[in-house]
Design a protein around this ligand. Structure first.
Ligand code: FAD
Ligand code: NAP
Length: 318
């Protein structure tokens, strides 16, 4: 029986492992289906992690994190978790995709989230070299430059406003002439002189060279006209998939509360609605989707898990 199972080995999972083992939990396993490090390892430039004064790649940022955690006894299993359940009593069951399962007294889910791609030509090729899904991460690289934002939901419009504080102009490309975003956000966008809406237009192609993106071509839906937007940065906000599948039960319900967007509902201690189950990082509600925040969540959740396991032992509940 594990004291704690951690699902996911990105910044949240690794930090949870560090704090849990260093804080005295002895039998802690972090299940990570790939190499530990998480989504940030896809990034070629990170310059907003506190204390790291140079621009580093995500790989460089993360390379020593597993070593630090393992020093205190964290075990890593390269395995995919298919489901976390609580069939009866207080124990959780961690089902792995190879058909095996293990029991745990507490669980921290740190499986992250995945921004959707819009599917235009060059989007994947230039991802990380001018195409981005994170304004907080990459907006500063385009300070005083022009950028394009794709999408018409709350995320696209809020991020367009964020970018308008940094960039000289923001072209907002949306496939309809009505936005999904909240009316107050739409109003702020339309009143912002730096944001230029390009409506009823779909992205056709992002183009560039070995140095990165040079522009975006969009097609006007009604006329078929191709409009060239010569920008070095293209931000895609066309939806986000929360990686909450491990919490889905056989009957289709979730093990704990999730909100209407599938994000795990937590309190300020990263506790979910299910006692002993915590969520940390990009999988939780209102996540700022930053490494430093995910790491903070992981530490916070681990401190809660230690207290919860102590309580079980004290009360002879397992
Ligand atoms: P993730 O890092 O997504 O880690 C989740 C982990 O869980 C993954 O490793 C995944 O393999 C694993 N997993 C998922 N499901 C399962 C399962 N069923 N079983 C086992 N393992 C599973 N943030 C910044 O602060 N600064 C930046 O400059 C920055 N740039 C970015 C650039 C890019 C290209 C990207 C993609 C993100 C960037 N971010 C940046 C955001 C940052 O990467 C995330 O906010 C952070 O990684 C979230 O950490 P996490 O641990 O919550 O989730
Ligand atoms: P979203 O609401 O699903 O919006 C996605 C946008 O991208 C839509 O405008 C959609 O166009 C467009 N789109 C989708 N696929 C596309 C493609 N292939 N090419 C071009 N455009 C495409 O996603 P989101 O903005 O990430 O928001 C997700 C949820 O979180 C929403 O419910 C949102 O309200 C919520 N959220 C809330 C807040 C807040 O309350 N402050 C902040 C952020 C997000 P169409 O409109 O034509 O479908």
């Amino acid at each position: 029986m594990l004291d704690l199972a951690i699902v996911g080995g990105g910044p949240a999972g690794l930090t949870a492992g560090l704090y849990a083992t260093r804080g005295g939990l002895e039998n802690v396993v972090m299940y990570e289906k790939g190499m530990p490090g998480g989504a940030i390892t896809q990034s070629s430039e990170v310059e907003n992690y506190p204390g790291i004064t140079e621009v580093v790649t995500g790989m460089e940022l993360m390379q020593d994190w597993p070593k630090q955690c393992m020093r205190f006894g964290l075990k890593h299993e390269m395995a995919e978790v298919s489901r976390v359940s609580r069939p009866q009593g207080r124990c959780f069951t961690i089902e792995l995709s190879d058909g095996t399962s293990v029991s745990a007294k507490s669980v921290i889910v740190c499986t992250g989230s995945t921004p959707r791609r819009a599917g235009f030509k060059g989007e994947n090729e230039f991802f990380g070299r001018g195409v981005s899904t994170c304004a907080t991460c990459d907006g500063f690289f385009y300070r005083e430059k022009e950028v394009a934002v794709i999408g018409g939901g709350d995320t696209a419009l809020e991020e367009a406003l964020y970018l308008a504080n940094i960039c000289s102009k923001v072209y907002l490309v949306h496939r309809r002439d009505e936005f999904r975003a909240a009316p107050s956000t739409v109003r702020r966008v339309l009143e912002n002189e730096k944001i230029v809406p390009i409506l009823k237009a779909v992205p056709e192609e992002v183009y560039g060279d070995a140095m990165g993106v040079q522009g975006l071509r969009v097609k006007k839906k009604e006329s078929g006209e191709i409009v060239d937007i010569p920008v070095p940065g293209v931000f895609v906000f066309v939806g986000n998939d929360v990686n909450n599948q491990v919490l889905k039960q056989a009957d289709g319900s979730f093990l704990c509360d999730v909100n209407e967007w599938g994000e795990v509902v937590v309190d300020l201690a990263m506790r979910t609605s299910e006692e002993g189950l915590f969520a940390a990082g990009d999988v939780r509600m209102m996540a700022p989707k930053q490494v430093v925040c995910a790491a903070g969540d992981g530490a916070n959740a681990a401190i809660g898990a230690i207290a919860y396991v102590e309580y079980l032992h004290r009360e002879n509940l397992c």
